[in-house]
Design a protein around this ligand. Structure first.
Ligand code: ATP
Ligand code: MG
Length: 571
């Protein structure tokens, strides 16, 4: 490809609209342009990289026995009403009417459509298992579209669905997808972890998120340094080291103390001269139509996902001020478990071994000190309802967990019979009995994967493409456009590389070398070949590896062989 013929509008300045480095670099490298909030045009360079990711996905999905289909973007409301998601999905679902005033939506995901397809055409156990996938544009009216392709409103997703006749087969399908995902992200050159993710109240470990490790990632993850446990913080077990010899202890006398205007854990502990870990904080939670009191150690954070799974509830949130005042009969900041009647009290497991602790007194400017379990408070239940934190241990080997951040690029999930039940997708088993099909779903954000790759592979000058995603493998950079010898050699390389099937970009623009070098670093092609008149007089051309910055000289004749060798080496 000739640079001069390509729509490759690089930018010198960092666009003000972008905070995230990958977003900035995608704009600066002329890969994408914004059309409206969360909606992007892919320019030639950007689309080439998207196609690389898609190609890897296709190869690995096909290898794992999945078949590619293409489903409509537009889908009729009736299907979504059958699954009840027409109501449940909320404002993220983009809804519209056709000319006959019939309701439709733009697919944010395709469980309904694929289940409908399968229920109409699959009859017998002989037609199972089945695994279908597509790579297609999805629409989600995200509340906060941001970070470029990371969280867009219109984006390309690979979504796949498995259909099985038994639990064992469904688990086998899941395992195959788990492996396929490993292969895909490994081939993309990413540093990632497969982490256990929340499965909702169903439980089990059949939901994994594939996380690209990055400090800016929106998800928090924990992992065991020994490698035998990794989980999204929403799900991670919180197991803290048992402090030996802590009990038995003298139970001191319960006492109410004045804490003027001291509302936060920090204020109260500083005022009373204790640590946050000596406090038990009370968080009032609205659970569907009920109110629940939760108790946590002062320095711990509540995990609402765990609480929701524990209670099997739909809607769950920290109570608003009005509710707190009503149920505690005190201003916000003084809630406590003593004297609470008619509301369920759930204490986090980590509080169980505490004694002589501090709590709110359900009275303005008052706290209790020397509170103790059994004598003063009896919770309905102790349960793991907190976010794992530094010092917590791996549930398998008891080594301290490591905490990091990640970008969720893929998600695999065992759906069970949720959709086959709702849409009556059944098959006849060997005995001729009607059975529900067991399903799984498997997604990958294509654009988000590209953005995540840039987050992990860049420096102050620009992108450093992992070889598998690079839009071109080699950049030819002639310095003296008027020099016949330079241009002849450049064309010779260009033709030779094309014949060898190596994708090559030739910077044939008549611009200063400085501009060419800057753009070369910005767009991040793995190997740069600089051909200059001065070098040629000395009998050399220069090869530079973008990733390491390493340069080496080669004789003009030897260069094509060296290029191929170097390309083998870089990853
Ligand atoms: P998130 O928690 O980030 O909103 P999700 O749980 O809604 O993700 P899924 O429904 O599992 O995501 O979608 C499958 C994949 O699609 C995700 O793993 C992610 O890579 C990608 N994805 C989801 N939402 C977006 C978006 N708004 N923009 C770009 N990619 C997305
Ligand atoms: Mg989402």
């Amino acid at each position: 490809m000739l640079y001069s013929k390509m729509l490759l509008p690089t930018l010198k300045e960092t666009p003000a609209e972008a905070d995230l480095i990958s977003h900035q670099l995608m704009l600066r490298a002329g890969m994408i342009r914004n059309l409206a909030a969360g909606i992007y045009c892919y320019l030639p360079l950007g689309y080439k990289v998207i196609r690389k990711v898609e190609h890897i996905i296709r190869e690995e999905m096909n290898r794992a026995g999945a078949q590619e289909v293409l489903l409509p973007v537009l889908s009729p409301a009736e299907l979504w009403q059958e699954s009840k998601r027409w109501e449940v999905y909320g404002p993220e679902l983009i809804r519209l009417k056709d000319r006959h005033q019939r309701d439709f939506c733009l697919g944010p995901t395709h469980e309904e459509v694929i289940t409908d397809l399968v229920r109409r055409d699959v009859r017998s156990y002989r037609e199972l298992p089945l695994n279908l996938y597509q790579i297609q544009t999805k629409f989600r009216d995200e509340i906060r579209p941001r970070f470029g392709l990371m969280r867009a409103r219109e984006f390309i997703m690979k979504d796949g669905y498995s259909f099985d006749g038994s639990e064992t087969e469904a688990e086998e399908s899941y395992r195959r997808m788990y492996e396929a995902y490993h292969n895909i992200f490994k081939r993309c050159g990413l540093d990632f972890r497969a982490v256990e993710a929340d499965t909702g109240p169903i439980g089990g470990s059949f939901s994994h998120e594939f996380m690209v490790l990055a400090d800016m990632g929106e998800d928090r993850i924990v992992s065991c340094p020994g490698g035998d446990y990794a989980a999204n913080i929403e799900r991670a077990h919180a197991i803290h080291p048992q402090e030996k010899n802590k009990l038995p202890i003298d139970l001191r006398e319960l006492e109410q103390v004045v804490t003027p205007d001291m509302k936060t854990v920090e204020e109260v502990s500083a005022f009373l001269g204790c640590t946050a870990g000596d406090l038990v904080k009370t968080l009032v939670v609205q659970v569907d139509n009920e109110v629940v009191f939760t108790l946590l150690r002062g320095d711990h954070e509540i995990n609402l996902t765990k609480l929701r799974n524990l209670l099997g509830s739909e809607q769950l949130a920290l109570a608003d001020e009005e509710t707190i005042v009503r149920v505690t009969e005190a201003p916000v900041g003084f809630a406590g478990p003593l004297g609470i009647k008619g509301y369920k009290i759930i204490a986090d497991l980590a509080t169980k071994e505490m004694s002589n602790f501090v709590t709110g007194a359900n009275k303005q400017d008052r706290h209790y000190i020397n509170v103790n379990w059994e004598r003063d408070v009896i919770p309905a239940q102790y349960a793991d309802i907190r976010v794992a934190s530094a010092g917590d241990l791996c549930p398998h080997c008891r080594k301290p967990l490591e905490f990091s951040r990640g970008i969720e690029v893929g998600h695999i999930f065992k759906l069970g019979t949720k959709y086959s039940q709702a849409l009556r997708a059944t098959y006849l088993d060997e005995q001729g009995r009607e059975q529900l099909i067991i399903m799984g779903c498997y997604g990958i954000g294509v654009g988000r994967t590209v953005a995540a790759a840039i987050e992990q592979n860049h420096d102050q000058y620009g992108i450093i493409w992992p070889k598998a995603l690079a839009p071109f493998k080699v950049l030819l950079l002639p310095l003296d456009m008027a020099d016949q010898e330079v241009m002849n050699l450049t064309s010779e390389y260009y033709d030779g590389l094309a014949q060898a099937g190596i994708e090559c970009l030739l910077d044939d623009r008549d611009v200063r070398p400085g501009i060419k070098f800057k753009d070369a670093d910005l767009i991040g092609i793995p190997l740069r070949v600089t051909i200059g008149a001065r070098d040629l007089k000395l009998g050399t051309v220069e090869l530079k590896i973008r990733k390491t910055g390493q340069t080496l000289k080669s004789s003009p004749e030897q260069a094509p062989t060296t290029i191929k060798q170097l390309l083998e080496q870089v990853d």
